[in-house]
Ligand binder design. Structure first.
Ligand code: NDP
Length: 240
């Protein structure tokens, strides 16, 4: 098989699931990670039924140990890790005065620490052989809106650390993919109920399919090793 070995975090739904389907359809072997293994098992079956190649492992990106085990298992099984898509994320919105500190910490742990854990796990491998790290940020990493201060802070952070990673490495491609409203389960994971309902409605009204973001990721992955697509913003035409 000529495809790459591509690891995807948060592959159990939304953008991660769509990315797994797309990269597998492009001939890459995908390694799926998330906490819900029933979803990962079903997706693995679907990819194989479509003629693609996939396996999965339970993953909690808030644990460095879990992320290292995920990457090590893939490396041992396949002999290399070519691509890591740091996609796992949560968005639990509220105004700061609601003091939903647990929600803030969860977003920091999954979105920011989780991405750093992914980088920490693959850098020792990719530093030697080269590779590609795709970090899923957001248009919330480009501008701040009320109720989204902490979510935006994590996504500004993901963009900042991606740029630093790019500058420090000449043999690792680093891509930031910043989606706008996208159809997924993102608004269903907690936060202030009223605010989350508004986010869900906006997403249902405006959201692009997760496959549109997967297409952007696949484009970056498909470029030659010497070409780094540093950042892609993909959002609904009607999103202001
Ligand atoms: P979903 O909620 O559909 O998917 C989120 C994924 O993250 C799930 O697979 C979930 O899997 C996984 N996840 C959450 N917590 C953890 C954890 N601790 N460890 C491992 N995996 C975890 O939302 P999206 O597909 O929309 O989100 C994907 C990325 O896209 C996120 O980073 C999000 O911030 C970003 N994004 C989304 C936008 C949108 O409008 N939908 C817009 C801009 C960016 P499980 O629960 O099984 O662990």
């Amino acid at each position: 098989m000529n495809g790459k070995i591509a690891l995807i975090t948060g592959a159990s739904s939304g953008i991660g699931e769509a990315t797994a389907l797309r990269l597998a359809a492009d001939g890459h072997h995908v390694v799926l990670g998330a906490r819900r293994t029933d979803r990962l098992a079903a997706l693995t079956e679907k990819i194989r039924a479509n003629g693609g190649s996939a396996d999965f492992r339970q993953l909690d990106v808030t644990s460095l140990e879990s992320v290292r085990a995920f990457v090590t298992a893939a490396h041992e099984s396949h002999g290399r890790v070519d691509v890591l898509v740091n996609n796992a994320g949560v968005m639990t919105l509220s105004t700061l005065d609601k003091l939903r500190v647990d929600d803030w910490n969860r977003m920091i742990d999954v979105n920011l620490r989780g991405t750093l854990h992914g980088i920490a796990a693959v850098l020792p491998l990719m530093g030697e052989t080269g590779g590609h790290i795709v970090n899923v940020a957001s248009t919330a990493g480009l501008r701040v809106d009320p109720t989204a201060a902490v979510y935006c802070a994590t996504k500004f952070g993901v963009r900042a650390l991606s740029e630093g990673l790019r500058q420090e490495n000449t043999n690792i491609r680093v891509t930031i993919v910043s989606p706008g409203f996208t159809q997924s389960e993102l608004a269903d994971q907690g936060g202030d109920p009223e605010t989350q309902a508004a986010a869900r409605a906006a997403s249902e009204q405006l959201g692009i399919p997760a496959s549109a973001v997967a297409d952007a990721i696949a484009y970056a992955v498909s470029q030659p090793a010497a070409v780094d697509v540093s950042e892609i913003v993909v959002r609904p035409t009607a999103q202001t």
